[in-house]
Write a protein that binds this ligand. Structure first.
Ligand SMILES: C[S@@+](CC[C@H](N)C(=O)[O-])C[C@H]1O[C@@H](n2cnc3c(N)ncnc32)[C@H](O)[C@@H]1O
Length: 270
């Protein structure tokens, strides 16, 4: 069974579909809802992460567009839901191009339908751990011009990659394909207020999916931005990244249990 078949198994819960459920989407199955509800019973802030993360995605895309970025490579893009990257970007820059990549067939199927008549957005079913294949895929190579700055988004996906997969090395391969002025946006699940017992529940629930979770610290996430200048405000708690009124109200920043950051590849002085 190849990796996409594993992710397409509807008999086991899946990260993409659990996340869709937390965001109020409809592209999830009973097995996903049961797993997500099991986590919520012990870890109410599991959903806070999802909501705060999606709000961060919106803020960082708006920031990038304002900074002149008009093409995006969205790694682990998830099930399309409210506030998709191409919609956010095009509200300001109608010609923005977005190449989405995900390994989960339901996410890819929904995106394929949504983007069917869109010449400037694509969805590729692929494993982001294979940067060579991702970058050569028609939906990516045929849409993005990597001779111009691009924003790579690795938002709420790196915790699905165990240390053994060398997530920093994978990000470095994408970085090396990008020109100066390109960006990398990241967010990551972290145990900032999860108790040890809650962390065990999160691990146990996600260990039953095709993507067991690896929680990482602020320092570990910063280490994945090697080669990039870290844009203000740095590597911070998710809701604190260029805060506005998006995201869940009335929760402490640490209760989102995640960090976020944006890096920019330095442009050499003329
Ligand atoms: C929590 S969702 C995040 C969705 C979106 N990036 C966001 O922040 O709203 C994580 C996504 O990463 C995808 N994913 C996990 N491992 C992957 C891999 N190795 N290759 C491609 N996609 C992957 C999952 O299928 C899921 O859709």
């Amino acid at each position: 069974m190849d990796v996409a078949d594993t992710h397409g198994n509807h008999a086991v819960p899946n990260l993409a579909r659990m996340y869709d459920y937390y965001l109020g989407g409809s592209h999830n199955f009973a097995v996903d809802r049961e797993a997500a509800d099991r986590a919520l019973r012990s870890v109410p802030h599991a959903k806070t992460f999802a909501l705060a993360n999606r709000a961060f995605l919106g803020r960082v895309v708006r920031h990038l567009v304002a900074a002149g970025i008009d093409q995006f490579l969205d790694l682990g893009s998830g099930v399309p839901t409210v506030g998709n990257v191409h919609e956010i970007a095009r509200a300001v820059r109608p010609t923005a191009r977005v190449a989405y990549v995900d390994i989960e067939p339901v996410a890819v199927g929904v995106a394929t339908e949504l983007l069917a008549d869109d010449p400037y957005a694509s969805i590729t079913l692929a494993d982001i751990r294979d940067p060579t294949a991702v970058l050569a895929a028609p939906g990516v190579a045929g849409l993005l011009d990597l001779d111009r700055p691009v924003a790579v988004l690795a938002v709420a996906v790196l915790h699905a990659l165990p240390d053994a997969d060398d997530p920093a090395g994978i990000l470095a391969a994408y970085r090396d394909a990008c020109v100066p002025g390109s960006h990398l946006a990241v967010s990551h699940l972290a145990a900032t207020t999860f108790s040890e017992q809650q962390t065990d529940v999160v691990r146990d629930v996600l260990d039953r999916t095709p993507t067991p979770v690896t929680l990482r610290s602020r320092e570990q996430l910063a280490g994945m931005l090697a080669g990039y200048e870290i844009v203000e405000p740095g590597v911070v708690l998710l809701p604190a990244w260029r805060r506005d009124d998006s995201g869940p109200a009335d929760v402490a920043d640490a209760d989102a249990n995640g960090y976020a950051a944006l890096g920019r590849l330095p442009v050499p002085a003329p």
